[in-house]
Design a protein around this ligand. Structure first.
Ligand code: KE4
Length: 425
């Protein structure tokens, strides 16, 4: 098999940037990406035969680790019945029952094929249900490559959005209000100014696409209160946090119930998936019942359903969450001690199986503070870790993931390697 560099040279002639998703190109950390030939348990094996302890977990889906035998068996069994029907199938009913049972906000759910589709559809549904156009999002939150959500804070009192990507009309961006996360006054101001025009807030309740940022006490509840006071919908984007920080996601942990929830990743067991759900009276506005159109050739794909249902069954049976949180806390605690003794400013926000490394003197509460952290130090640590067999996310503005396939030996080895790297910074 060709080496990663040979494969990257070939792929770069055929695929923009040589990758099928930009973050994989290692542009934020330098160098060129390795290519993976096998993923098993908590490890990736590269085409160059390097074994890596994996803290990306394919960006979230692999909460049980890679290639779990029961998931593989479920996919194999489904495969013997065909790969796609284009009609309803029994697995879609079981998946819907699982999601409705586990996610507090969900009475009805619609499957789709990616987190982007889930958030895009949830926004369209919120606009169709309320008859309003404006959406509030937060700086640093990423909801997939949805036109109306690839918007950055603009100038002006309400920080009306400006496109954050080429190809997005100003008219789209103007319907999106971008606010700083963890700023109740800014939220109240936006609703005071435009409350009756606001269809919805969409938020990663624990932003994890600008590193990991946790809400200040009461902040998520203030979103619920503002939406209730102004007839707007609260949309939690739990594509990342759903079924990861708890079976019921952040909304279970925090006791704040959104009107709609976007989901993905874990419920596909590594196969393409997305879902969005919420109160029946909202969801029933979707075609074929109601006027909001949404569709998908491969939505509810039987292989993805089989994989996702199996993952959800195992999560309910094994309840890995306390151990995931213990491993996360051990990493956060010990890395913080090492950095302090080396005189390196390091923050390690952590919740359950999610953590990140911010090289900063103080805790990070919003996007602006996140981008002010020392990214160069992260890059150096990333490179040291990779050279020594630990794969961190290739960007200082992503989140590390643990899986139930990670064990104390891997955590101990990771701590040895990262500690040595931190001391060299
Ligand atoms: P997908 O369309 O990539 O399945 O999901 C989009 C999405 C939506 N909402 C949240 C909170 C997300 O984190 C994501 C996607 N997450 C990124 C990782 N930061 C996927 C990795 C990538 O873009 O390659």
């Amino acid at each position: 098999m060709q080496s990663s560099s040979e494969l990257f040279e070939r792929s770069s002639k055929l695929i923009p940037g040589g990758v099928n998703s930009p973050v994989r190109a290692f542009r934020s950390v330098g160098g060129t990406p390795f290519f993976t030939k096998k993923a098993s348990g908590c490890r990736l094996t590269t085409v160059d035969d390097q074994a890596l302890i994996d803290y990306v977990c394919t960006w979230g889906p692999a909460i049980l680790g890679h290639d779990h035998p029961e998931v593989r068996a479920a996919i194999s069994s489904a495969l013997s019945q065909g790969t796609s029907y284009g009609t309803p199938g029994p697995a879609e009913v079981e998946m819907a029952e699982q999601i409705v049972e586990l996610v507090p906000s969900v009475e009805k759910v619609r499957m789709c094929n990616s987190g982007t589709e889930a958030t895009m559809s949830a926004i369209r549904l919120a606009r169709g249900y309320t008859g309003r156009d404006k959406i509030i999002k937060f700086s640093g939150c990423y909801h997939g490559h949805v036109d109306s959500l690839l918007v950055k804070a603009g100038s002006g009192a309400l920080t009306f959005g400006n496109p954050d990507s080429a190809g997005i009309p100003e008219a789209f961006a103007r319907e999106t209000i971008v606010l700083p996360y963890n700023d109740v006054e800014a939220l109240e101001g936006a609703f005071k100014e435009a409350g009756e025009e606001i269809a919805a807030i969409i938020v990663e309740p624990y932003p994890a696409n600008c590193g990991l940022i946790l809400p200040k006490p009461g902040y998520l509840q203030s979103m619920r209160d503002q939406c209730d006071a102004h007839g707007s919908l609260l949309v939690f984007d739990e594509v990342m946090t759903g079924f990861r920080v708890a079976l019921g996601g952040v909304q279970e942990l925090e006791g704040v119930t959104p009107d709609l929830t976007a989901m993905g990743k874990i419920i596909g067991g590594g196969l393409p998936v997305g879902a969005f759900g919420g109160r029946s009276e909202i969801m029933d506005h979707l075609a074929p019942l109601g006027p909001v159109y949404q569709a998908g050739t491969l939505s509810g794909n039987p292989l993805a359903m089989a994989a996702g249902i199996t993952v959800l069954r195992i999560l309910q049976k094994e309840n890995p969450y306390p151990r995931l949180d213990e491993m996360g806390k051990r990493l956060a605690r010990e890395l913080t001690v090492v950095a302090a003794s080396a005189g390196i400013p390091l923050q390690v926000p952590q919740v359950g199986a999610m953590f990140c490394l911010f090289f900063a003197e103080k805790a990070v509460h919003n996007f602006e503070q996140a981008v002010g952290t020392e990214a160069e130090r992260f890059k150096e640590l990333f490179r040291h870790a990779l050279d020594n067999g630990v794969y961190l996310p290739p960007s200082p503005f992503e989140t590390c993931f643990l899986s139930s396939a990670h064990g104390n030996d891997e955590i101990t080895k990771t701590l040895e390697i990262l500690s040595a790297g931190i001391r060299k910074l």
